[in-house]
Every structure is written in structure tokens, then in C-alpha cells.
Design a binder for this molecule. Structure first.
Ligand code: ADE
Length: 241
């Protein structure tokens, strides 16, 4: 998978080369290029923003610079999927992470200030798939951290990135539920014992216990997730809860 990021703060994306993502780059599973948007400016001040038409606070990123940058970075075959992080976007979910993990090319366009002139998105949409995406209902200063979040969620799904593929398969959200608690040695710590069923060696009982923990946690913390699941997602033992 090829990933390009356009930003006025390239150094913000440095963590992309650390830890798990760095390993994926070293193994050749992904290639990542971070581009400085100011390379496409022509004036001495390298200005990327201007005041909004219609008035109001903040600044809007100018279309000419973004247009030229995207023409160059998105050129070639196949056309990439363009992702524009914005608090006004559709929610980024595990399902969208799986969609992105199946793409050969992703380009992330980081906006700052009050956003990017909308014509940039409208124009790009005539040539490629464009998603305006939000990572949550809060406002960050810019899209860079949102890109780090999305890239990490996507890249860990690629085959060969995680040591054990079951880790991704059994995540929170993979079955629409939150994952339950985990325990490791010692059996008793500060007078707190590991739930006995986990020591039983009975995998049918352990699976049932884990499923119940997932259901209970989801019911308390994210009841709307349970409500969104179809009837078929539950078995007859779930119903007893
Ligand atoms: N830029 C600023 N806030 C954001 C958010 N919540 N999600 C994605 N991009 C953003």
C-alpha cells in the first residue's frame, strides 16, 4: 500500500516511522511519503491561507496551492482514495479502516485553520473517491493527528503487520462489540484473583465467559452499539442476559 500525506507541518507526521508503522515500512508492506504543502506556493511568504468569503473568524486554505499539490501527488494509475480529515466529516470507524486497508493507494490532505476551500474537494471528486472524515466529536487544531490515528488503524489490518492475525480478527468492534477484560500472570496480585474460568482449560466455557463479558461491557459503555446489531448477531445464550 502506498500512503501520501500533504501537510504544512511534515514533522508532525514523524511518529509514522516509529514502532509498528516503522516496521511495516521496513518490511516493504507500506511506503509512506510526507509532502510539505508549502512546496507548491509561489510567493516569498509561502502563504497557504486567506480570510473567508462571507466573513467570520479564522482562515481558509487557498485552492490554487491545494489544487496543484493534489494534481501532482494524486497523479498516476490507479487513482488514490483521497481522505480529508475534518471535524465536519463522516465518522471514521473500524468498517472504514477495513475499506481503506483494501485500497492500493491512500492520499491524506491535512487542513489547518478553518479548513480547505470546498472547491478543492469538489474538483478532486471528479477524478477520484474523496472522503471527508472525522475521528470523533471534538475539534483538533488540524488534520495531522487524525491522519496518524487513521493510518495506524488501517496499517495494523494489513496482512503481515501484526505478529498474530487473530489480534485483528478478535478486536473490539470486529463482531460489533467491545472487547472484554484480559489477564496475565500472576494468578493473584494485590489480593485480586484472575477469574477462575480462565484457569479451567475448558475453552467452550472460556469462550462463553468472554462473550458475556463483551456483551455486558458493551451494554454499559456503548448501548447504542448493541442496538445497532441485527438479530442474527446474537445466539440463544446471549438472550439470557
Ligand atoms: N481536524 C480537526 N478536528 C478533527 C477531527 N475531529 N477529526 C478529523 N480531523 C479533524
Amino acid at each position: 500500500m502506498r500512503i501520501d500525506v500533504l501537510t504544512i507541518f511534515p514533522e508532525y507526521l514523524d511518529p509514522i516511522r516509529a514502532a509498528l508503522l516503522g516496521k511495516a515500512i521496513d518490511k516493504g508492506l507500506i511506503s509512506v511519503d510526507v509532502h510539505d504543502l508549502r512546496d507548491w506556493t509561489h510567493d516569498v511568504h509561502k502563504a497557504v491561507d486567506n480570510s473567508p468569503y462571507g466573513g467570520g473568524p479564522g482562515m481558509v486554505m487557498r485552492p490554487q496551492i491545494w489544487g496543484d499539490a493534489l494534481d501532482q501527488v494524486c497523479a498516476g494509475d490507479p487513482a488514490p482514495r483521497l481522505v480529508v480529515p475534518t471535524p465536519a466529516g463522516r465518522p471514521f470507524t473500524q468498517a472504514l479502516a477495513h475499506e481503506y486497508a483494501a485500497e492500493p493507494r491512500l492520499v491524506f490532505a491535512c487542513g489547518r485553520y478553518e479548513g480547505i476551500d470546498q472547491r478543492v474537494i469538489d474538483d478532486a471528486s471528479t477524478r477520484m473517491r474523496v472522503d471527508e472524515v472525522s475521528i470523533g466529536d471534538y475539534v483538533l487544531v488540524g488534520g495531522e493527528v487524525a491522519v496518524l490515528v487513521m493510518v495506524e488503524a488501517v496499517v495494523r489490518l494489513l496482512p503481515g503487520v501484526l505478529g498474530n492475525p487473530r489480534s485483528a480478527a478478535e478486536d473490539s468492534f470486529s463482531d460489533g462489540l467491545l472487547e472484554g477484560p484480559s489477564y496475565t500472570r500472576p494468578e493473584v496480585w494485590r489480593d485480586l484473583a484472575v477469574p477462575e474460568v480462565l484457569l479451567s482449560g475448558n475453552h467452550r466455557l472460556i469462550d462463553r465467559w468472554r462473550r458475556d463479558q463483551s456483551l455486558e461491557r458493551t451494554l454499559h459503555r456503548r448501548p447504542e452499539l448493541l442496538e445497532a446489531l441485527p438479530e442474527e448477531a446474537f445466539d440463544k445464550h446471549d438472550r439470557a442476559l
